[in-house]
Design a protein around this ligand. Structure first.
Ligand code: CU
Length: 286
């Protein structure tokens, strides 16, 4: 009988990560952390580990250590004049038009005081050595409210459920335009139950749009790990629980291009256990 004492002693853990983005306030990742099989010999061939995968060394699922993990924080700024905000004319749909006292402004290149860039997606792009993490059981909600998507930019893990809700009394048609994952394209009349989707592959970013209302768009960053964040109204982000190591951190913003490629900037950082490092980004105005 192989010695699995380590795995037996360390039961699955749970950790909660509060996402720092103000745009995703209340969005919590409940991570079921599964102890890997390191140190264990071969298990019965029909036995599966807690991640649902076959129990072999290659299926090891990493854990997030919130106590010893490092924190990476920073501010994303725009270098150059902020683009003129676009006023959205929702008059083509009476319901949407009536949902706003004043015409809303597009948040596709939302810049606040001091050039703080809102809705930038910052994530660990490289350095985790292929580790995979179990998706949290909690779903990410993409709401259609007042004929806009909330949130406009968000991160989600591979295998995590995305619930698309229609809170409006008008028809929406949610349409993902994915390169790596299977796209979806479906009408959602008022009162329709939430549509659920799971992405199976890493993809930064997947544009999501409404085919009824051309101004509605959102972007999902899909990753096999939980080390990502979206900048809030102050342009700040925070990523917690990062294991010690050397990383490439990427900052993505849709820019005025408003497409999946957007603009990106990469930076290297090395973190030790319990470190707190600052990685700021400055993106050139397009
Ligand atoms: Cu719509």
């Amino acid at each position: 009988m192989p010695d699995c004492a380590l795995a037996n002693l360390l039961k699955p853990l749970e950790a909660m990560i509060i996402h720092p983005s103000l745009r995703q306030l209340g969005y919590m990742l409940s991570l079921t952390l599964v102890v890997g099989l390191v140190g264990c010999g071969k298990k019965d061939s029909d036995e599966e580990d807690d991640s649902g995968g076959k129990s072999d060394a290659a299926a090891t699922v990493a854990t997030v250590d919130m106590t010893n993990g490092a924190t990476i924080v920073g501010t994303v700024k725009l270098d150059g004049a902020a683009p003129v905000a676009k006023v959205i004319n929702m008059g083509g749909d009476a319901y949407c038009g009536a949902a706003h006292k004043t015409s809303p402004v597009s948040d596709d290149h939302w810049v606040n005081n001091g050039g703080a860039l809102v809705n930038a997606f910052v994530y660990v792009k490289d350095g985790l050595g292929g580790k995979t993490y179990a998706a949290p059981a909690t779903a990410i909600t993409l709401a259609q409210k007042g004929c806009t998507y909330e949130p406009h930019v968000f991160g989600i893990m591979v295998g995590q459920t995305m619930k698309v809700e229609n809170d409006d009394q008008t028809l929406h048609n949610v349409h993902s335009v994915s390169a790596a994952n299977e796209s979806f394209n479906e009408g959602q009349p008022p009162g329709t139950p939430a549509k659920e989707h799971k992405m199976t592959k890493q993809e930064v970013m997947i544009p999501i749009k409404c085919d009824v209302h051309g101004w509605m768009n959102s972007y999902a960053g899909v990753l096999p790990h939980p080390f990502f964040a979206v900048t809030g109204a102050d342009g700040k982000y925070e990523i917690k629980g990062v294991p010690a190591g050397d990383y490439t951190i990427e900052c993505w913003h849709e820019s005025t291009k408003s497409d999946a490629a957007g603009v990106t900037q990469d930076q290297k950082v090395t973190v030790a256990a319990k470190d707190s490092k600052t990685v700021d980004f400055t993106l050139k105005a397009q």
